[in-house]
Ligand binder design. Structure first.
Ligand SMILES: O=c1[nH]c(=O)c2nn[nH]c2[nH]1
Length: 295
């Protein structure tokens, strides 16, 4: 037997960084959870207990904090690219560094109509994600995304005309609740090096804002024929809005809300157009995935 693939490092590294604007007194905070995994000529550490090739995961953790101190952490794409490149430049036997940066929401409080200089709130567990992988001699791959943005619409969603056979019990519907946890990724054309990523810096916030706005607008406004049809429109719109991106993918759970027949109790009408009380389902859930690429 042989090691056919391997990567190792530190996961769940929590990082907080504050920016203090001396002139205005306005402080800005960033909080992330980082995973950094290294790949390269490390098989002997598995097969021969050769630890000489091992950059300790503790050292990787230290590097995550030092880089956060010495470089920018926003946009997260620049931080992730800087961190991943560091390992390729520093360690000749490391051929790829996979860095995932998950940014948590600290939204500035608005107090009596004024943005507060140093107070923030966690307005949702939605995350902004980046995965940057520096490949020795092959540049840096950067994938950006949104995870955990939970949405629901109470109408404007249908699902009918699907294949019916001896396995089918699902009734067709022209009006249903639609809810999902948005998991979207947009993949940038490969960058030559960190400098190229830094040069592209303004595009990353623009892309995240555009992708988030498009996702919400399409979800709300599309008279959805299915999760599949609506997510495809989201992908098309993002490709149109963000020229630096060549692929967009979504992975959307269909979080079902079942109608509840209460007619057994004094003839209560609570189905079809009379449905008001529903039963939210924890599972099973549909899961609909797609990747749409620039033609
Ligand atoms: O939007 C939907 N897509 C599907 O593929 C599906 N299957 N059951 N319900 C569904 N809803």
């Amino acid at each position: 037997p042989f090691v056919s693939s391997a990567r190792y490092g530190k996961d769940n590294v929590r990082v907080y960084k504050v920016h203090r604007d001396q002139a205005t007194g306005v402080q800005t905070v960033y909080e992330m959870t980082v995973c950094c995994l290294l790949e390269g000529d490390i098989a002997s550490s598995y097969t021969h207990a050769d630890n000489s090739v091992v950059v300790a995961t503790d050292s990787i953790k230290n590097t995550i904090y030092i880089t956060a101190k010495q470089s920018t952490v926003h946009p997260p794409e620049v931080y992730a690219a800087t961190l991943s490149s560091h390992f390729i430049e520093k360690y000749g036997h490391i051929h790829a560094a996979h860095v995932k940066v998950v940014t948590h929401r600290w939204t500035r409080m608005d107090i009596d109509g004024t943005p507060h200089p140093h107070s923030f709130l966690r307005d949702g567990e939605e995350k902004r994600t980046v995965e940057a992988t520096a490949h020795r001699g092959e540049g840096i791959a950067v994938d950006s995304g949104i995870q955990g943005l939970t949405v629901l619409k109470s109408t404007g969603s249908a699902f009918h005309g699907f294949l019916r056979d001896e396995y089918t019990t699902l009734p067709e519907t022209w009006d249903r609740i639609l809810s999902t946890d948005v998991d979207s990724t947009w993949k940038w054309a490969r960058f030559a090096d960190v400098q190229a990523v830094e040069k592209a810096a303004p595009q990353f916030d623009q892309a995240w804002e555009a992708a988030r706005k498009i996702t919400l607008k399409q979800f709300a406004e599309d008279n959805s024929a299915s999760v599949q049809a609506t997510m495809y429109k989201m992908c098309e719109n993002i490709l149109e809005a963000v020229p630096g991106v060549n692929h967009v993918e979504y992975s959307l759970p269909n979080k079902h809300y079942f109608e509840l027949d209460l007619s057994w109790h004094k003839g209560i009408k609570n189905t079809g157009k009379d449905a008001e009380v529903y039963v939210p389902q924890s599972g099973p859930n549909g899961l609909i995935k797609c990747e749409v690429s620039r033609g």
